[in-house]
Write a protein that binds this ligand. Sequence first.
Ligand SMILES: Nc1ncnc2c1ncn2[C@@H]1O[C@H](COP(=O)(O)OP(=O)(O)OP(=O)(O)O)[C@@H](O)[C@H]1O
Ligand SMILES: [Mg+2]
Length: 950
Amino acid sequence: MPFSLNAIFASCLLAFRRPPNISSDKLPDHVTREQLLATKLARFAKVPVSQIFDLEPGWSPLGLSEEAAAEALRQHGLNTPVAERPLAALSVLWTALWNPFNVLLTILAIVNIATQDVATFVVMMAMVVASTGLRFWQEIKSMVQALKLVRSIVTRVRVVRVVNGLSQEIELDQKQVVPGDIIAVASGDVFPGDSVLISSEALTITQASLTGELMPIDKTVRLTAAPESESFHLLNNDNVCLAGTSASAGNGRAVVIFTGESTYMAGIAEELNRKRPENAVQIGIKKVSYVLLGFMFVMAPIVFVVQGAVSHDWKGAIMFAIAIAVGITPEMLPMIVASNLALSAVRIAKKKVIVKRFDAIQNLGAVKVLCSDKTGTLTIDLVRVSSSVTGMGGESELPVKLAFINSSLQTGSRSPIDRAIVDYVHNNEGFIEGDWHKEWCKNGEVPFDSTRRLLSVLVSRPSMDGDGFLVTKGAVEEVLERCVSAYHYRDDSISPPITDFKLDSSSWTTLSNDDRRDILGVAKRFNEEGLRLVAVACRTVTIKAFMTLTTADEEDLVFIGFVSFLDPLKPDAAAAIKELSKLNVQVRILTGDAPAVAAKVAHDLGLMDTANVSLTREKGDEEASNSVSLDDLVITGSQLSELSKDKDAYTDAVERAVIFAKLSPYQKLEVVKALRAGGGGRAVAFLGDGVNDALAIRCADVGISVDSGTEIAKEAADVILLEKSLGVVALGVVQGRITLLNTMKYIKMACSSNFGNVFSVLVASAWLPYQPMLPLQLLTQNLLYDFSQGSIPWDNVDPEYLEAPRTWSAMSIIRFMVCLGPFSSPFDITTFCINWFHYKIRSLDSPLVPLAQTNWFLEGSLTQLFIIQFLRTGKIPFIQSRASLPVVVTTFGIACISMAIPYIPKVNSALHMTPPHPEFYAYLVAVIAAYASIVHVVKVLYQMKFKEWL
Ligand SMILES: Nc1ncnc2c1ncn2[C@@H]1O[C@H](COP(=O)(O)OP(=O)(O)OP(=O)(O)O)[C@@H](O)[C@H]1O
Ligand SMILES: [Mg+2]
């Protein structure tokens, strides 16, 4: 156990972690932490931006000096994000302890001690300690492992600091950010601390991580002081961006006020966890638990009355009924579920998959549809410029040169496209003539957003005399819509030096409809080859003082040409998709890119194969799936919005399509919602890396992102892939299914064996004048059985169970319990008969009563333990399917202990047991053989009828 020492060490450390505390000030009773935080933030938020830096000594608009930053770090500590902070060991222990089963066991144990039955008390409390201890151990162990991985992801933040006497933008690990730091954020970045804006350009942020609200909100700088009387709301104001919120578009700079434990998010972290809705599996487990508790509350009183009436020993009857109550309770359920999840988390962590919340693993097992973004998830995140062409497809360097001016001066986006353009020029020395840096200056910017799909920069050269160029680049259709003319390339101006670039009426021709069609045709040809495209357009603008550039300025443009990009597929993507389809997980592409590129990617991945297609087949609708045409497989955002008025048509289109192209971030979200709603609430996963994927990631059953993705996407995700390989998603799905299956296995075995026992007990109570087993013996049997179940999370799973998505089904559990449970009772009753007729134990005062009780103890324990081998698989145990070593060792080990108990001095007398007669062993072998055969026959019939086992 490589983590054991770590785990112990961590738990000791964590047990004493301080609760969040926003300052050392003692809060007056009537002021909440939130109010105090708001008051402190308001001090900075209500003054005009020009005065913020006067409020604290040492703060400066140039940034903190290195010394000031080091001192602040010493004073405020590391800015560790909430997700990276370990839970306090005490709180893990509390969750492990606080569940209905433990509460019930403890109450029943106390009832026993009240009647001076110390031994029973000890056995019951041993059950509580066993289930809590195992669960606690598992959770701490996997928390340490998960944290190690989460911490390996370093979040870089751009910070303005004075270094060597110069104010400059540097990149820092988010943990190093301190109050007083100026941070520069662009779309996709997460705010590292509670901050007040000092500059912004079309900045919108999303507070979904704090409030669940998906709509982005605008943020601007405060230029004038707010009136004293104006109230200040933490979550509803113009210029405060709280830690954990993220920029969804635009960019800005902000001064950090609070970091680490002092932030608003740290204070509500626990509440955020509590508020998280339960997933289907958690709800299912809860339901089953309550059904069993209900069953216990009905059966225990019946047993009490029947037994009391037959034996007239009411005190004995109540103790017996309590033991039965404990027997029915699946007290190990919370432990099994938690161990299962923790074990799976550790297993998939070894494959470099980080699960931020353990319960996401079960959802992974239930996933039926995986939606994926294209770039960076299906393709390698290394987009490269392939060519630069005119609208008619002829080569020209002009488009890429203008695109470079746009990409290198813009500050809002860090998309692979901009990176590719800048890299292309940097790798071709001398490509851009002259000292462009000094020559061109930026006068304004409209940042990229995935709904508009454009990015504009207003630039000027000193020689331009108050004029400038608006250089716009973006998706082809969107750019073309805003163009009125096209640049006229003359032979001598195919690739003009950028320094000579001019736009006057002689340099363009008006765009006719035919021209537009031709340009779109050229674009489609590039797209069909799998090349991504960005169109470039430009116009001359007179630069006025204090002008702010808006989207309304993106009009009357002159079309310049295209830059095309290679965006190669990940080498393992096709194999991973095949693997997923073997696992019956459907893959859909949801992209903002053009349909033709997406179709090419899908084709290369083998997704367009119609056989692989339709979800309609799920409904057994073979004809519908055969009638799917290739056109149905691709749908665009605008087609979807047309369909959105007709709900059925929309649903139908979503069900059929494989590729969803030109989607806005909201349309990605809507498609995920529609897929989730279809097919009776199927589980949908979304895999994406961009700002435009964050909404869909958040609303999917399992949101997945990649380590190289934007912070906003990673923040929204439940699962993060550290390796750029898609194959691990399939592994995660398999592990999720194993988890669900082993949990289901435990519940089905526990329920059916309890159900059978209750029958036998009722018969015994009504017939035998003595207790068929003492309460203490019943509890010991239970405890031993519990121990044997502790290894179930480590059990093997038959491969065929992993072929299809698994969901939680209460119906399936009840059916299993009712059909299989009663088959143990005839053998229990045979044992009662042996005791009655063969050993002639027929009255309460017979000296052989302990023998009768030992006999049933042994028969009950051994059949229950042996039958695990038969129930754990739908196949023939030992031959077709073998249990894992831990299961074999625990079940056989516990069986040996059960057999040894009547012989161990002191233990046997404490439990009132006596060694059975030798011929009883022959009987035991016969019973086990007969029981196993019957269970096997029932199993075959059950699978024929219900087409399922576990
Ligand atoms: N930085 C940018 N500047 C200009 N145009 C861009 C930029 N980034 C993307 N585009 C244009 O917007 C379109 C949509 O891109 P976006 O990145 O929003 O979609 P996406 O869903 O993330 O795509 P993918 O599935 O390939 O990751 C692109 O095809 C491109 O034409
Ligand atoms: Mg993307």
